[in-house]
Design a protein. Structure first.
Length: 365
């Protein structure tokens, strides 16, 4: 999709002009992918403010054929030390690269010192977060990839439930492997992260790692998982119960579900991210479990499973149309069990568009 990537580079040039730099050295591989479509493991990109005629892509010899296919619209050079090679090019054309920015948030002190040794004839200046500012708002191509990733996760969970994949005697680890294999069967390139399957008292641990504990009748079973399609991640949590739920389990689940619905309703353009968090948090606080909601309400999802914006207390920022975020309140009662319900959504002009569509009724298995 050369036209799509070219339009993203054009949008970046507006930020370059605002930042007062002639060019930007992009070294973060996800940002390189966003701007070019390249999916290899070594690359850098020198985006020039004057246009693509001065923009240069570099990777090493392992990816010559791949780069020709994935980056057909830019000048390509082949060097193992890709960033250094692009800085040498900038130095050789110093008049056009007087002030060259670099992604300082992704560069170590040692790497910066190496850059400075190469870039003797130009001014290197810190220019953090420019590409990430563009990535905050997704275009429809990105949203479609997210939609497909969420669908793969939805179908995997449906298959797991339909075929008795959650039952007494199975271990957390076995359920997690089953779920991840089912996501692969439905088009995922791999899990977005190590799937969480947490049963019984373990469900009260927000980021429990699946272990050899068998599932038992009466357990809450919390499943937090995601699929990856075209580099984009889904993220969803559902909590089910093995056998008829106890009264406290029904009450806890209902509280978290009401908080999640409130958070979804508040996820509108123009809303402060801290206010969205507060809307859901107040429901849980009024239910007497404010101290057991121990994390932020959500986060952005895209080329990374956790990216900006954050929905949390004391965080600045405003939602905008096209942002994709999670809403995932949870209550965790130590030694007893916990509930988290999480969806991935797109902020739209009216109601948010849910991308994760699995039922949020309390499922009894």
């Amino acid at each position: 999709m050369p036209d799509l990537h070219a339009s993203r580079r054009d949008a970046l040039r507006t930020l370059l002009n605002e930042s007062g730099v002639d060019a930007l050295l992009v070294t973060d591989l996800l940002n390189v992918r966003y701007l070019t479509g390249f999916t290899g493991s070594n690359a850098a990109l020198l985006v020039h403010g004057e246009g693509d005629k001065r923009t240069v892509f570099c990777t090493d010899g392992r990816y010559t054929t791949q780069a020709t296919a994935e980056v057909p619209d830019l000048e390509r050079i082949i060097e193992r030390e890709s960033a250094a090679a692009l800085l040498e090019r900038a130095t050789a054309q110093a008049a056009a690269h007087r002030r060259t920015g670099f992604e300082s948030q992704h560069v170590s002190v040692e790497t910066h010192d190496g850059f400075a040794r190469v870039a003797g004839g130009i001014e290197l200046t810190r220019a953090p977060g420019l590409v990430e500012r563009l990535r905050l708002v997704k275009d429809e191509t990105e949203i479609e990839a997210l939609r497909m990733a969420c669908a793969a996760a939805d179908r995997a969970l449906a298959g797991l439930l339909a075929h008795g994949g959650i039952r007494p005697g199975r271990t957390e680890r076995e359920v997690a492997r089953d779920l991840e294999n089912r996501m692969l069967d439905h088009g995922s390139a791999g899990p977005s992260f190590s799937s969480i399957v947490a049963a019984g008292p373990n469900s009260a641990i927000p980021h429990h790692r699946p272990a050899g504990r068998p599932l038992h009748a009466g357990d809450f079973v919390k499943l937090d998982f995601g699929a990856t399609v075209d580099g984009y991640h889904s993220d969803m949590t559902r909590t089910v119960v093995l056998g008829p739920p106890a009264g406290w389990q029904e009450e806890l689940y209902d509280l978290v579900r009401r908080a999640q619905e409130t958070g979804l309703e508040a996820s509108l353009p123009g809303q402060e991210v801290a206010d969205v968090d507060l809307a859901a948090r107040r429901v849980i606080e009024h239910g007497g479990h404010g101290e057991e909601f121990s994390h932020g309400l959500g986060h952005g999802v895209g080329l990374q499973v956790h990216e900006a914006p954050r929905l949390a207390k004391n965080v600045a920022g405003t939602l905008a149309v096209g942002m994709t975020v999670t809403v995932e309140p949870g209550v965790y009662l130590a030694g007893r069990g916990g509930v988290r319900i999480e969806d991935t959504l797109v902020v739209r002009d009216a109601d948010p568009e849910l991308l994760t569509l699995s039922s949020k009724e309390l499922v009894v298995v």
